[in-house]
Design a binder for this molecule. Structure first.
Ligand code: P6P
Length: 339
């Protein structure tokens, strides 16, 4: 009767987080309320992305949609939904979004103790061709609730309280860590609930896949070039690795988390800091990888040890299976020693 028990013991994300939070005696449910508002935003985006093709939600802002209204791009719409949901939770004091140049300081009457950094719709350039895209977020605590400042944001990834992503693909998958491992939830549209489907995700120690935009090979530095070469022409007699690159970070990272391997967005001569943003792409995904037993490296240091100088700063990133990242760390160390 195990199957029956499984079906009747619906572990929703809300129940799961409440169980987790009940372990912290001092928690008053604030985090659970905050997370519920993030989940609400994700459910809205999931619905919008799913019917985007039908409801003419595709395309650029400025077009007129079927209702004759001024069309909002899906990422602009998603951003507005998350900002409103987070403010209305009454649990946030600063919001940092990929879509907003400046941080949003929540007005005092609606202020709470959490800071949320997020990319509301990462990979949105892939919407029109149906490639999976996603929302990425990280959660911090403010130092002084009466005086939230930008210094609260420009801190290392080690202060993250929680991080996660929601991937909008063949199904809607929510992956979350609050510091005790990584868990995956799948949206059951008939219930409108995220159900625990991937408990305690652990990334394989070593993988057979490498994930990088080979089109940038001309611009790579030597350690990256050498590492990719070793994936294609292994010197130890092992079979070559497979290349999988979707070009949507959430999809590439989700595959890496479940199947193992390494995802890379290296620095290159065109962009010395790489392309991905520290606060709401590099940090949350690095946090999840470490929580799942993997690791994340910038080419110079452990990714979560970075301290961004500006809100939208970028960093190179190599993340995934522990042993695979060790290999690229060794190549960067050898290159630094030779200098
Ligand atoms: P490239 C999508 O635009 C994105 O921000 C990430 O989701 C993705 O990993 C990366 O850029 C892809 O960049 O230069 O390989 O197209």
């Amino acid at each position: 009767h195990a199957a029956d028990a499984q079906m009747t013991d619906l572990m929703t994300i809300t129940r799961f987080v409440l169980n987790e939070q009940s372990k912290h005696k001092q928690s008053r449910g604030d985090f659970t309320i905050l997370l519920n508002h993030i989940v609400l935003g994700c459910k809205f985006v999931c619905s919008s992305v799913t019917k985007a093709g039908l409801a003419k939600l595709l395309g650029l802002a400025g077009e007129i949609n079927v209702q004759g209204e001024d069309q909002k791009k899906l990422d602009v719409l998603s951003n507005e939904v998350f900002v409103k949901a987070l403010i209305s939770s009454g649990r946030t004091c600063i919001l940092v979004s990929e879509e907003n140049e400046d941080p949003i300081f929540v007005e005092p009457s609606q202020r709470g103790k959490y800071i949320v950094v997020f990319d509301p719709l990462d990979g949105s350039s892939n919407i029109d061709c149906g490639v999976s895209i996603g929302t990425i977020f990280g959660i911090y605590l403010v130092k002084d609730l009466n005086n939230p400042t930008v210094d609260d944001i420009l801190q290392s990834g080690n202060n993250l309280l929680a991080a996660g992503y929601c991937m909008y693909g063949s199904s809607c998958t929510f992956v979350l860590s609050t510091g005790n491992g990584v868990n995956g939830f799948t949206l059951d549209p008939s219930l409108g609930e995220f159900i625990l489907t991937n408990p305690n995700i652990k990334i394989p120690k070593k993988g057979k896949i490498y994930s990088v935009n080979e089109g940038n090979a001309k611009y790579w530095d030597e350690p990256t070039a050498k590492y990719v070469e070793s994936c294609k022409y292994p010197q130890d007699g092992s079979p070559p690795k497979s290349l999988r690159y979707i070009g949507s970070m959430v999809a590439d990272v989700h595959r890496t988390l479940l199947y193992g391997g390494i995802f890379m967005y290296p620095a290159d001569k065109k962009s010395l800091s790489g392309k991905l943003r520290i606060l709401y792409e590099v940090f949350p995904m690095s946090y999840l990888m470490e929580q799942a037993g993997g690791q994340a490296f910038t080419g110079k240091q452990r990714a979560l040890d970075l301290v961004p100088k500006k809100v939208h700063d970028r960093s190179p990133i190599f993340l995934g299976s522990y042993d695979d990242v060790e290999q690229i760390k060794a190549l960067y160390a050898a290159s630094a020693a030779a200098e």
